[in-house]
Design a protein around this ligand. Structure first.
Ligand SMILES: Nc1ncnc2c1ncn2[C@@H]1O[C@H](COP(=O)(O)OP(=O)(O)OP(=O)(O)O)[C@@H](O)[C@H]1O
Ligand SMILES: [Mg+2]
Length: 383
């Protein structure tokens, strides 16, 4: 039965003029006579198919799965999340905006049917765009952080190279004169002691200047086929005395067939010494006298990974975010220059290697370094 036929005689209920040609799909419901009327625009979209299933009952089925309670059409307001069956049987999501029919007796309602498929598609597209935008933003943030780090290092490199150069000459003079002073016979014992203190302090400054110079890339930069394991064992040898003194155990585990990498072996050793001395200091800060530092070298496809972990004090996010900043240190004055990790970062960056950190206060720290492998192992085999 077509919907038009549901129309009740005009004496009982008349469809107001103008609704017939209204440009949006409409339903009109007249409660007392159980009359449901649809305009041609409605039929154009949804056809007569659902209409034929209309029955004058409290609940009508607009699509098979969904009962559209006549109560919906007689309760003014916006009704979302409804489905109507379209001409081809597809389910079209719709919204109904129901209002009492103007000028009516108060028991007739007009429902404007809005196809929200387009809106929903747009919404989904919008969500997808939002997710993509978010990812792009995070990527941008990562790049920006890396860039800031490089820029900081670059400008600091120039600056420190200049300062190191300027400071080195007067410092050499101080060292030279104080060494002569020590040998000066007429110096009192206290004077000699002071002269030794001056030499000690000047040597410390010379060390710092050396670090600054290597930071400013003044140190040899030539790269060669380098064994990461060899550089690691050299670094461990340098640290062994200090570890023994502090009751720290070092475990090194190396997977077989680790390829060589292009690097400066001395600089690489410096990176590992920096990481190990930081690990040692972190252990000292949490439980002096005992501790474990683990080193692992593996070669997953297309990379060489080096992990240096300790069971030391760990770091909170605030510290973690700043550790690669030049001169950032949490150590007491005279103990750390805060250059170890920024120098290491610079060295690794030039090699195309990366360094990541995982650390929580009280749960230790792990640094993961990823290197580019050469196609050959340290045993001379093809990797
Ligand atoms: N393994 C670690 N555990 C806990 N904190 C660490 C660790 N490694 C680095 N840090 C933190 O990062 C800071 C910066 O380290 P970095 O090596 O750059 O400088 P430093 O060790 O303080 O001084 P320097 O290396 O010049 O002697 C340290 O002061 C420390 O707070
Ligand atoms: Mg350090």
């Amino acid at each position: 039965m077509a919907i038009n036929k549901l129309k009740i005689a005009p004496s009982q209920f008349a469809i107001p003029d103008g609704l017939e040609s209204f440009p949006m799909p409409l339903l009109v419901y007249h409660g007392p006579s159980h009359t449901l009327w649809a305009n041609p625009e409605f039929e154009k979209l949804f056809g007569k198919a659902p209409v034929t299933r209309f029955e004058i009952k409290p609940a009508i089925s607009l699509v098979r799965e969904r009962k559209l309670d006549l109560g919906v059409i007689s309760s003014p307001g916006r009704h979302e999340g409804l489905l109507l069956e379209g001409l081809d049987g597809e389910k079209i999501p719709v919204e109904l905006r129901v209002s009492p029919l103007q000028g009516g007796s108060g028991d007739a309602f007009l429902a404007v049917v809005e196809d929200v498929q387009v809106k929903q598609n747009l919404e989904q597209q919008l969500i997808r765009n939002h997710v993509e935008l978010n990812q792009a933003f995070q990527e941008l943030h990562r790049t920006q952080t890396a860039l800031t780090q490089s820029a900081k290092l670059a400008s600091l490199g120039e600056l420190s190279s200049g300062i190191a150069h300027e400071l080195n000459q007067p410092l050499q003079a101080i060292l030279g004169f104080s060494q002569e002073l020590v040998e000066f016979e007429k110096l009192s014992p206290t004077g000699t002691e002071f002269a030794h203190d001056i030499i000690h302090a000047a040597k410390k400054m010379a060390e710092i200047i050396k670090s600054l110079r290597s930071f400013a890339r003044e140190a040899g930069n030539e790269t060669t086929e380098t064994s990461i394991e060899h550089a690691m064992r050299e670094a461990a040898r340098l640290m062994s005395h200090s570890f023994a003194q502090k009751g720290i155990r070092l475990e090194i585990e190396v997977a077989p067939q680790i390829p060589l990498t292009l690097a400066n072996p001395i600089q690489l050793e410096q990176v590992f010494v920096n990481l190990m001395s930081n690990a040692r200091d972190a252990i000292e800060a949490s439980h002096p006298g005992r501790g474990l530092i683990r080193v692992g070298i593996t070669a997953p496809a297309g990379a060489i990974e080096v992990r240096v972990s300790d069971d030391g004090c760990g770091m909170n996010a605030e510290i973690r975010n700043r550790i690669f900043d030049p001169f950032y240190t949490t150590k007491e004055v005279g103990k750390g220059t805060g250059l170890g990790l920024s120098i290491s970062y610079g060295i690794l960056k030039r090699l195309g290697a990366t360094i990541e950190v995982q650390s929580e206060p009280g749960h230790g720290t792990e640094f993961k370094l990823t290197f580019r492998p050469l196609g050959i192992t340290q045993e001379g085999e093809v990797a």
